[in-house]
Design a binder for this molecule. Structure first.
Ligand SMILES: *[C@@H]1O[C@H](CO)[C@@H](O)[C@H](O)[C@H]1NC(C)=O
Ligand SMILES: *[C@@H]1O[C@H](CO)[C@@H](O)[C@H](O)[C@H]1NC(C)=O
Ligand SMILES: *[C@@H]1O[C@H](CO)[C@@H](O)[C@H](O)[C@H]1NC(C)=O
Ligand SMILES: *[C@@H]1O[C@H](CO)[C@@H](O)[C@H](O)[C@H]1NC(C)=O
Ligand SMILES: *[C@@H]1O[C@H](CO)[C@@H](O)[C@H](O)[C@H]1NC(C)=O
Ligand SMILES: *[C@@H]1O[C@H](CO)[C@@H](O)[C@H](O)[C@H]1NC(C)=O
Length: 265
């Protein structure tokens, strides 16, 4: 069973307006726990980055990554006990964007009328070079990157997966396949489908799994780096897990991922 960890991604929305500063009393145990308990490493918490803002954070190419960002990430790396800093590149825009390998600009907006929370871009392979350079400069990043499930048959998805794997190698921790599929219906991402269900989702997962076995970097499925379901709002996690999704894809899953917003109870 490849699936060996639970990772809850904290989705940090660009402007966090809520300040929930409840005091939590923590009483650490006086003795270490017994063997074989779940270990939460010091790099568990990471930072979530939305694709459509990536040039603000990381510049335009490998020679223009802003020094303050590198300093900040280095400072985090200094506090992870030598483990890579966990960074997630994803979001609605990762789900809606198109990868164009030879595009010179790191990103270009493709829909000026798009809703601010989902601005599609096209992006070039320089993005992966910048991610790799960041990792090399700060001493190690575990990158998690989104793969779109909006069109499960899209040939762009295996292209992204293969090219990212080629450039990032072991620095690519996981592929987050599908972003908030429980919102596909309400966001109109499955036109012609009144109610995109967990069973439709499982079917889509099968299709994309097949495609990930044949990418620009060969079979990335067998690397066992897939993460999901990355639901947030309308589906219940345990219902998804017991629907057949977990038993179907268990062999290839690295993480179970869930998005949690401050307003979620
Ligand atoms: C911990 O797991 C290992 C490998 O499965 C096993 O050999 C060992 O006996 C376990 N230890 C305890 C205390 O359960
Ligand atoms: C990236 O390119 C844009 C447009 O040319 C420029 O305004 C911006 O300053 C550049 N960013 C960096 C970090 O060099
Ligand atoms: C990392 O730690 C080293 C050793 O303590 C220190 O010299 C360096 O300034 C730190 N770097 C950052 C970016 O905090
Ligand atoms: C994807 O391709 C499969 C055949 O491999 C087809 O049955 C299915 O309808 C396609 N899905 C979409 C959303 O186009
Ligand atoms: C959509 O499907 C879910 C799960 O099967 C169900 O709970 C919900 O009532 C359905 N919604 C509509 C509008 O049919
Ligand atoms: C793999 O993908 C390539 C490029 O899309 C295609 O030409 C080839 O037929 C595929 N091979 C298999 C075994 O599906």
């Amino acid at each position: 069973m490849a699936f060996r960890n639970f990772l809850y991604l904290l989705q940090l929305i660009c402007a966090v307006t809520l300040s929930l500063a409840a005091t939590v009393q923590v009483t650490p145990p006086s003795a270490p726990p017994s063997d074989n308990v779940t270990t939460v490493y010091s790099n568990f918490y990471g930072i979530s980055l939305e694709l459509s803002f990536i040039n603000y954070y990381f510049g335009n190419d490998t020679s223009s990554i802003p020094q303050p960002v590198l300093n900040y990430l280095s400072a985090l790396h200094n506090r992870t006990d030598g483990r890579p800093v966990r960074l997630r590149l994803g979001g609605n825009s990762m789900d809606s964007s198109t990868y164009i390998p030879d595009q010179q600009q790191i990103i270009e907006f493709t829909d000026p009328t798009a809703n601010v929370n989902d601005q599609p871009v096209s992006y070039g392979s320089v993005l992966f070079d910048v991610m790799k350079a960041t990792s090399d400069t700060i001493g190690g990043v575990d990158w998690l990157i989104g793969l779109s499930l909006r069109d499960p048959n899209s040939t762009n998805t295996p292209l992204v997966a293969g090219d990212a794997q080629k450039v990032l190698g072991d620095d690519l921790d996981a592929f987050l396949l599908g972003n908030e599929p429980d919102l596909y219906t309400s966001h109109g991402d499955r036109p012609g489908m009144a109610n995109y269900s967990v069973y439709d989702y499982i079917g889509d997962y099968w299709v994309t799994f097949g495609n990930l076995a044949n990418t620009s970097d060969g079979d990335v499925l067998s690397l066992d780096k897939i993460a999901g379901p990355t639901i947030c709002c309308s589906w219940d996690l345990s219902a998804v897990l017991t629907s057949g999704w977990l038993s179907d894809f268990n062999d290839r899953l690295k993480y179970i991922t869930l998005q949690h917003y401050p307003q979620n109870k």
